[in-house]
Write a protein that binds this ligand. Structure first.
Ligand code: SF4
Ligand code: SF4
Ligand code: SF4
Length: 199
């Protein structure tokens, strides 16, 4: 009986695709996270531990930093993981991933994130959208624009005083940013969650 020929299955993704996936991302933390997630989902084959375990552990640490819960220990761990992956990964794919992480670590942006600052505003946990009460004229345009029903307030005639300004319910806000251009009065601004400073 003749054996069924085994199909030479090509991987769906290669390292070029992984790089392409991060092309438009500017924040080093987000770039690193996306790179590692993409790498783990396909070209990473799991045949050697420094790369397989290292990239998974790096992803966990990067997620923590991206969500605003990162510590100096996480940054140090990513540095250690990348050094080990560069040294001990069996193939160029693991080594290239390590090099990518090491380059991003050099930017200094990871340290800024630990201080609550994402310069590119791509880590959404670091920012919040807020109505500036003094600028709000109670027109309700933002409420109409928000698909997540995250804005409360009542439309009133702007010249009447004494009404509360519109407000963004932070628990419902998914930080899509659509209310910002909708407010033609410039009354919605982005602030840093930790410092409360405008960004
Ligand atoms: S370094 Fe290469 S062989 Fe090792 S797990 Fe990563 S992709 Fe596979
Ligand atoms: S669109 Fe701007 S001015 Fe109008 S209610 Fe919303 S925040 Fe206030
Ligand atoms: S950022 Fe998006 S979800 Fe949040 S209040 Fe504005 S429109 Fe709604």
């Amino acid at each position: 009986m003749s054996e069924t020929p085994v199909k030479d299955e090509k991987p769906k993704k290669d390292m070029k695709d992984v790089l392409a996936a991060v092309e438009t991302i500017k924040c080093p933390v987000q770039r690193s996270l996306k790179f590692v997630e993409e790498f783990l989902s396909e070209p990473m084959c799991g045949k050697c531990h420094p790369c397989a375990l290292g990239s998974f552990e790096a992803m966990v640490r990067l997620k923590r930093i991206s969500s605003g819960r990162g510590t100096q220990g996480d940054v140090a761990a990513i540095q250690r993981i990348a050094d080990e992956m560069l040294e001990a990964s069996r193939c160029i794919k693991g080594k290239d991933t390590a090099k990518f992480l090491l380059n991003e670590l050099k930017t200094g942006s990871f340290k800024e994130h630990l201080e609550g600052h994402c310069g590119e505003r791509e880590c959404l946990s670091y920012i919040m959208f807020k109505v500036i009460p003094e600028k709000c004229v109670l027109c309700g345009l933002c409420k109409d624009a928000c698909r997540y029903n995250a804005i409360t307030g009542e439309k009133k005639v702007s010249y009447r005083s004494g009404y509360l300004p519109f407000e963004i319910r932070q628990k419902r806000c998914v930080k899509c940013g659509e209310c910002v251009p909708a407010c033609t009065y410039g009354a919605i601004e982005v602030i840093e969650e930790k410092s409360g400073v405008l960004v």
